[in-house]
Ligand binder design. Structure first.
Ligand SMILES: *Cc1c(COP(=O)(O)O)cnc(C)c1O
Length: 368
């Protein structure tokens, strides 16, 4: 927490808006919308997964439909496909960006269009704080008339080609304010969309789909998915430090890359024009070139009570999705084998980071 959250929470308590709706939620939605550039509608929800569930449903995804997704992502960015009884198909990453390979997607859309089996939606993930190739993905979605929902849960604060913020892409994007993200409401998420009708439908579905009537009237089923006004108050305080946190995470990432880059160690690329938040610093370690595997580093750090973590395990390699179609050459599989996320928290001190660096450097030296 930055310090201002408690004042906003106190305001919510003082006004007795201790409910899932209230002035703090309205203000939080407006603040995020302004931050993202103002042309988008924001709906505060209980989680990023809830936001994706609603977005897919509003996109018209039905039982048996296909949804094409990045394979290397967090489960919360995929499970909502299952909630709707739809079927995922998994796509590899591009070597040069570590976000979804748009060439493979384009190729497969071509094939699917010929065979009359286009997906109901595409859900690419902004990985580790970096936006996907929005222009190309939006063109593809328009050309094939497929809904595009961008999973921007990890990239609030990132920008794309200078003028656009991550979180404004596609028909809708989702954000997460879970405790591990760059800013948090303790738990929470948001649906961001340029379609006013989508935002209205999201608000309707997220509050148990109550039709206009004095009694409770339902013509469809809904969910209890709104963000609580108290959590939104925390979000108001957090938005004030977002830019600071992005700057700090980028600084941490630059420091790692400055001292650890060498043959056999490469950091997540930042393609020209893209500004990543470096939510987590992700790097790839080739044991053949360095004599050290990512597990050697992870376990060594753990011995010193320093937590690091492998990159997301690709969904097509998860037991749950065995046999699910996957398109790619295994860029994501190799990243999972050799990839590591180093400690990246905005509140990590310089001393703490230097300790991580010193320990990794000693291991590399010892094995050289
Ligand atoms: C965190 C995250 C989500 C889910 O958000 P929750 O708020 O935890 O439900 C979805 N996708 C990605 C890529 C994430 O990192």
């Amino acid at each position: 927490m930055s310090g201002n959250e408690e004042a906003y929470v106190a305001e919510a308590f003082a006004s007795n808006f201790v409910a899932p709706l209230g002035p703090q939620l309205d203000a939080f939605e407006q603040t995020v919308s302004d931050y993202l550039g103002g042309d988008v509608h924001c709906v505060g929800l209980s989680s990023g997964s809830a936001a994706l569930h609603l977005a897919l449903r509003i996109a018209g995804v039905r039982e048996g439909d296909e949804v094409w997704v990045s394979s290397m992502t967090f489960a919360g960015g995929i499970f909502p496909v299952n909630y709707l009884g739809a079927k995922p198909r998994f796509f590899d990453l591009d070597q040069d960006s570590w976000t979804v390979d748009v060439d493979i997607l384009a190729e497969q859309l071509e094939v699917a269009a010929r065979e009359g089996r286009l997906p109901a939606a595409i859900v690419p993930t902004d990985l580790y704080g970096q936006s996907v190739e929005l222009d190309r993905l939006e063109d593809l979605a328009a050309n094939f008339d497929v809904r595009l929902i961008v999973d921007s849960a990890e990239s609030l604060g990132a920008s794309y080609k200078g003028e656009r913020m991550a979180g404004t892409g596609g028909d809708a994007a989702i954000l997460s304010f879970n405790g591990n993200k760059i800013i948090t409401t303790s738990g929470g998420g948001m649906l961001v969309t340029r379609h006013k009708a989508w935002a209205e439908e999201a608000r309707f579905l997220a509050t148990q789909a109550r039709d206009a009537a004095p009694h409770y009237e339902h013509s469809t089923f809904g969910y209890n998915y709104r963000l609580s006004n108290i959590c939104a108050a925390i979000g108001l305080g957090q938005m004030q430090v977002l830019e600071e946190r992005v700057a700090r995470r980028r600084e941490i990432s630059e420091r790692y890359s400055e001292v650890l880059s060498r043959p056999g160690i490469s950091f997540m690329p930042e393609p020209p024009g893209l500004r990543s938040t470096r939510w987590l610093t992700a790097l790839k370690i080739d044991p053949a070139a360095t004599g050290v595997s990512r597990e050697d580093i992870r376990l060594m750090l753990l011995e010193h009570q320093i937590e690091s973590r492998p990159l997301w395990k690709p969904m097509h390699q998860q037991p749950l999705y065995a046999g699910t179609p996957y398109y790619g050459s295994g860029v994501d599989e190799r990243l999972f084998e050799q990839g590591l996320c180093l400690p990246s928290g905005s509140d990590m001190t310089d001393e703490q980071q230097e300790e991580v660096i010193d320990r990794v450097l000693s291991l590399l030296e010892a094995r050289r």
